[in-house]
Design a protein around this ligand. Structure first.
Ligand code: BTN
Length: 246
């Protein structure tokens, strides 16, 4: 197993991604090094957002990878494989889990997990990746301004064992990462599409042209989202160029 070759747990950190980035700067930690924490004082989300997580309640993890087999223009495969691994874990507890493009995990219309991938590029390859995962597990009250948080506890009505979930997630990431290393990207892309939130359904969205009804057709290998409008016109979106109306 590559993932979990070294696992360090901290009671309190600024952000597990920041700790992992510092480790990368100082030395070359073994591939698969995992950092977990009970609490983050400065948990980071996508697009500069804050990641809210009350002390001791949730899974907060960063994994260090060296995906030298991935070219910079293929880097979305890392988002896809981590999303699938977290989705695999949530799916053990509820059948209603999906992946909301680009890499949120949803249960029905609520967000249960977020992923923050930070890649560095070396020449024509990915040099290193810090994959940060925040899975809401036992928190039942959310005070931040995230619109639709949910946790495993609220979905299943039971308390969950964090060390057990951490161990399971490490194994699932290892399986999914082996697919990237083993040249199985096409299968990962297919599975990502199979689990994609709202794919093939008409729903409301907002882009720079205003509100519209659209149907998600697919996600391009570079991560762009393809949405068809009622007029038949297709548009491609980068992250933050389209809002889902929930
Ligand atoms: C998102 O905005 O959806 C991404 C959230 C990612 C949160 C995780 S928690 C562990 C890791 N450390 C961080 O500071 N962020 C990621």
């Amino acid at each position: 197993m590559i993932i979990g070759s070294s696992v360090s747990h901290y009671e309190k950190v600024s952000s597990t991604n920041t700790v992992a980035a510092a480790l990368l700067r100082e030395a070359k930690p073994p591939e698969g090094t995992v950092i977990t924490a009970s609490f983050q004082e400065g948990g980071r989300g996508q697009a500069g957002n804050v990641w809210e997580s009350e002390p001791g309640s949730n899974l907060l993890m960063s994994v260090i990878l060296y995906p030298v087999m991935v070219k910079p223009w293929e880097q979305f495969i890392i988002c896809q494989m981590i999303s699938l691994a977290v989705h695999d874990l949530v799916r053990l507890h509820t059948a209603d889990a999906t992946i909301k493009w680009p890499n949120d995990i949803y249960v029905r219309d609520d967000k249960i997990a977020g992923i923050l991938i930070e890649n560095s590029i070396m020449g024509d390859r990915l040099g290193s990746t810090v994959a940060g995962i925040g899975l809401n597990v036992n928190q039942t009250l959310f005070r931040g301004d995230a619109p639709n948080p949910v946790s495993l506890a609220t979905v299943t009505g039971t308390h969950h064992d964090l060390p057990l979930l951490t161990g399971q997630l490490i194994k699932l990431i290892d399986l999914r990462y082996a697919m990237v290393s083993g040249g199985e990207s096409a299968i990962l892309q297919q599975e990502y599409h199979d689990q994609l939130y709202r794919r093939g359904e008409w729903h409301c969205y907002l882009d720079k042209g205003g509100r519209f009804e659209g149907l998600i057709e697919r996600v391009m290998p570079d991560g762009m989202l393809v949405v068809r409008k009622k007029t038949g016109k297709r548009s491609e979106y980068a992250f933050k160029e389209i809002d889902y109306i929930l």
